[in-house]
Design a protein around this ligand. Sequence first.
Ligand code: PMP
Length: 307
Amino acid sequence: FADRDGVIWFDGELVPWRDARVHVLTHTLHYGMGVFEGVRAYETDQGASVFRLQDHTRRLFRSAKIMNMPMPFSAEELNEAQRLVVRENNLKQAYLRPMAFYGSEGMGLRAEGLNTHVIVASWEWPSYMSPESLEQGIKVNTSSYTRHHVNISMCKAKANGNYINSMLALQEAVRNGCDEALLLDPEGYVAEGSGENFFIVSDGTIYTPELTSCLDGITRDTVIELARECGYRVVEKRITRDEVYIADEAFFTGTAAEVLPISSLDGRSIGSGHRGLITGRLQNLYFDVVQGRSAAHRGWLSTVSEA
Ligand code: PMP
């Protein structure tokens, strides 16, 4: 992935993709304390437009605050950097990866004398799962790995090290012949997927776990708002594993995964075993909004063009 054309924004400069390198003693590489974002830009009638750019950048700054990492750039500078990398790489639709990490200025857990470095990379990443899975839904298993306790990892931070848990869970799911994992919190209630928030639909009401031990997902927030605008009741509450087995519909949300139907959990079909009606409706609304086809919520789109 390092050997390709293009540019990466690195500490305020655009550098050739192949030259965006760090030293092996990069602090974050050793201890995992860093923060990042996953953002998408979509092709719209205004050209490539970043979806909820300011909200992603705000979450990046909040993650840095939780981790006590000084940020050497302003939110405005990082918003501009994100628009710039999409534009400079001539991308029509793109995934963006801003990340703040500690450099190789020193070692040790005190993390003293370190500088925060920031990159923004961007590339084409059309579909997180197979394109069919957006229609057919995916197979999910309940993970044997527990999601972070709120006082072990800071769940509101999108921090690099938190993703060890996600990767263990996802790799286990794939080994089990599934596409994704559903992780439970330390008390056994549903938390989230390895990189997605989680929803169920039961008797016409939409339920999603409270934010306690899941990331405050921007897609989650978007889908809740779109669902309420359609008149659906959306309830944030603790959800148990057996409630999911008997739900009518279930789906994941995330910037990468978008709105992704779940066909089964632990070998039990959810509802009809296909994308549910409400899931399908929310998925269409989501794609209309992010691709600028909806008159509403144009304010969530930031065009990357210069004017
Ligand atoms: N939970 C986790 C653990 C994630 O990594 C992500 C992806 N950022 C999400 C939820 C969904 O968040 P968002 O909708 O902001 O992408």
